[in-house]
Design a protein around this ligand. Structure first.
Ligand code: ADP
Ligand code: MG
Length: 227
């Protein structure tokens, strides 16, 4: 077992130019996708070609997803205010949201939270952070398994543990987390963890990974407690 703490400053290097480029790429993609959709539905197009169109549209959808997720990290921050976040209610809404996603793949989410906890952050960003980490845990889990979320006050901090008994990671894999576009999934964007590290850093939080290949992963998210 090994641990690693990351507070990402990585995105600062990508900067606003990249965000502008991403934005400019998204518009033409949408136009091309629209036309492909039209051709696909054309009755004169045979089934073989329809398949090709579906493939092209799928690939464009992936590209759009990457860009949207990237823009979510690169541009926002300023408009979002720091507010009192009730960790219990955010966790409840996030687990409700992901429950059906998990059930679809025969994976359960079990939330154990004893007390009300508060942190100074932003509700939308905290949701985004938790969704990304819990979704990863669900995706790593085997069918029939559960993802466990344990949260509560620990000294001056609020600590959330997301535990899965899935694929786990090697030390090298853990060290790659947060690198833009690092993903071992066929349909992954590799942006989720980068988003999480950035949000954590913004509100003086940390995300720590304990993982063992083939055994599972425990992600410990910690933020300074208020109240
Ligand atoms: P994505 O989910 O789109 O691949 P992420 O940034 O969320 O991108 O995660 C990057 C990679 O880190 C994943 O592809 C996966 O290989 C690994 N990973 C993240 N969380 C876990 C986990 N709980 N268990 C095993 N691997 C994980
Ligand atoms: Mg992910």
């Amino acid at each position: 077992y090994y641990e690693q703490i990351q507070q990402s400053e990585r995105l600062k290097t990508t900067g606003q130019l990249a965000a502008a480029v991403a934005h400019e790429i998204r518009n033409p993609l949408t136009v091309v996708k629209g036309f492909l959709q039209l051709y696909k539905d054309d009755p004169e197009v045979n089934n073989d070609k329809k398949g090709h169109f579906t493939l092209m549209i799928d690939e464009l959808n992936t590209a759009e997803q990457v860009i949207s997720q990237f823009l979510a990290v690169a541009k926002p921050t300023k408009e979002l205010e720091t507010e009192t976040v009730n960790v219990k209610s955010v966790l409840q809404s996030v687990t409700d949201l992901l429950l059906s996603y998990g059930l679809l793949h025969d994976k359960k989410i079990e939330l154990e939270m004893i007390e009300d906890c508060y942190i100074a952050a932003n509700n939308i960003e905290m949701k985004q952070l938790l969704i990304n980490i819990i979704k990863n845990a669900i995706e790593a889990s085997k069918e029939g398994d559960s993802v466990y979320i344990v949260a509560g006050r620990k000294k001056d901090a609020v600590e959330i543990k997301v535990i899965d008994y899935g694929t786990g990671m090697t030390e090298e894999e853990v060290n790659s987390l947060g690198t833009p576009f690092y993903s071992l999934k066929s349909k992954g964007t590799g942006l989720g963890m980068m988003i999480c590290f950035n949000i954590a850093a913004k509100y003086k939080g940390t995300i720590r990974f304990q993982s063992a290949k083939g055994k599972g992963t425990t992600v410990t998210i910690s933020f300074p407690a208020i109240k």
